[in-house]
Design a binder for this molecule. Structure first.
Ligand SMILES: CC(=O)N[C@H]1[C@@H](OP(=O)(O)OP(=O)(O)OC[C@H]2O[C@@H](n3ccc(=O)[nH]c3=O)[C@H](O)[C@@H]2O)O[C@H](CO)[C@@H](O)[C@@H]1O
Ligand SMILES: C=C(OP(=O)(O)O)C(=O)O
Length: 439
């Protein structure tokens, strides 16, 4: 177990590079299972979610080789085979990706077994849409004491699906299952995040026929065979925004090489309204604190093209430094403000409310979830000891400790490795004052 001893008060300044998106790369790896020939995926970061999927694919006979520092993966699905349940179970709780193996494994083997899912604990995170989607395609689903077993004795057939909420994972489930299902699929209520569009681009390279219409409708014409792809993963817009929030919270200046403007429009608008400085270039984006007061804001998280929920937690640290009262209404997850307790211990003034404090009532409004935050600022932050709760909440704690006066001890930093590549090297390169302690 490693922890960080952080001496705060140093503005983070310099350059970091972001590589392929955590929320695309593991899914692109799963898509390789659908091909009859090897796939080549570039711009792959060294993060835990990639190793988890590498292991899971390996258990199913897919060879995954990595070409050193360039981050190029070659995935060869020519010997796909059923994995032992016990080996798969060893990955229970590691990430949310295993559920996406179902469609490709059902096509390849006629059956699939997946472990209990992991991912950040920021809400209940049910998988009812996924299971319903798979049943619609003709899969038999059996919940076991641990994990889920599926079979498709009569193959998978195209279906009409209407998602009650534009779920990213359920949309990907449909895409990864429908492309090789027999006949046509119509998906209504689809999510349209940039990572989904990149997955669609990959599937099209493999030979799939997918039409994205307006109003969240996606049509897929099933094809009997797909081939391997060659693709460079789109950059990680969540990591890019996290560094932007780090620059603002610490009074620093960070150039994020690889950050792509088109995928970050909602974040960039919010950042500018807050008073953050931006210099948008082809090679990346410079995020900086221009001096003076930051402005309080009302932010509502939403599905794309709205303000992404995964941007919320790091940005809240910057909002503690804005002059006045800010409101953040979290409409994607019911329980994503637990990280604010540590910020309050550090001196922040954040109150949580059950009501929808935004312009649109959300799914959580009439229920018992503390899903709106009122943040009064500016509040100087002082150091404390923190145990990281989840990926983005953890990054926000790191930023807060970097901004705070004094020495903080931060434990649980393994969680950060799920989505931030080489983050301690990057922090060191930005001038952060910290020691890595191994226990
Ligand atoms: C690995 C990955 O890509 N993770 C991202 C993905 O998560 P993930 O794909 O898990 O998120 P979803 O878009 O599916 O979840 C959105 C909402 O739908 C609900 N829901 C979802 C599925 C289901 O079967 N039933 C159900 O009720 C969830 O509880 C949540 O309230 O999109 C989220 C929303 O942009 C991001 O925060 C995550 O970083
Ligand atoms: C919620 C997140 O990821 P996951 O779905 O993998 O838990 C995230 O990346 O912030």
């Amino acid at each position: 177990m490693s922890s960080l001893r952080i001496t705060g008060g140093v503005p983070l300044s310099g350059q970091v590079t972001v590589r392929g998106a955590k929320n695309l790369v593991p899914k692109a790896m799963v898509a390789a299972l659908l091909g009859s020939t090897p796939s080549v995926l570039g711009n792959v970061p060294e993060i835990k979610d990639v190793s988890v999927v590498t292991n899971l694919l390996g258990l199913h006979g897919v060879s995954v080789t990595r070409d050193g520092a360039d981050g190029v993966l070659t995935l060869d699905p020519s010997n796909v085979t059923q994995a032992r349940h016990a080996d798969i179970d060893a990955h229970a709780g590691d990430s949310r990706i295993p559920i996406l193996l179902c469609g490709p494994l059902l096509h390849a083997l006629g059956e699939a077994f997946i472990p209990d899912l992991g991912g950040c604990r920021i809400g209940d995170r049910p998988i009812n849409y996924h299971l319903e989607v798979l049943r619609n395609f003709g899969a038999r689903v059996e919940k076991l004491e641990s994990g889920i077993r599926m079979s498709a004795p009569h193959g998978l057939q195209g279906a009409k699906i209407d998602l009650p909420y534009p779920s990213v994972g359920a949309t990907e489930q449909v895409l990864l299952t429908a492309t090789r299902a027999e006949g046509h699929t119509e998906l209504r209520g689809a999510a349209t995040e940039p990572e989904i569009m990149d997955l669609i681009a990959i599937l099209q390279k493999m030979g799939a026929i997918i039409t994205v219409q307006t109003d969240r409708v996606i049509r897929i014409e099933g094809v009997p065979e797909l081939r391997g792809y060659k693709h460079r993963a789109l950059p990680d817009r969540i990591e890019a925004a996290s560094w932007g929030s780090a620059a603002l919270s610490t009074g620093g200046d960070i150039f994020v090489a690889g950050a792509k403007q088109a995928d970050m429009m909602a974040f960039l608008n919010t950042y500018r309204k807050l008073g953050g400085g931006l210099d948008i270039q082809d090679e990346g984006i410079r995020f900086y604190h221009p001096g003076g007061d930051l402005n309080p804001l009302i932010v509502e998280t939403n599905v794309h093209p709205g303000f992404m929920t995964d941007w919320q937690q790091p940005l809240v640290v910057a909002l503690t430094q804005a002059k006045g009262v800010s409101i953040v209404h979290e409409t994607v997850y019911e329980n994503r403000f637990g990280f604010t307790r540590a910020l309050n211990r550090m001196g922040a003034g954040i109150q949580l409310h059950r009501e929808c404090l935004g312009s649109v009532p959300c799914r959580f409004g009439q229920r018992n979830f503390l899903h709106s935050a009122v943040i009064s600022g500016p509040t100087p932050l002082k150091a404390t000891d923190i145990n990281i709760p989840d990926l983005r909440g953890g990054f926000s704690h790191l930023i807060a400790a970097m901004a705070a006066d004094g020495v903080s001890h931060v434990t649980g930093i393994e969680l950060i490795k799920r989505g931030y590549e080489h983050f301690t090297d990057k922090l060191a390169g930005l001038g952060a004052d910290f020691d890595l302690e191994e226990r």
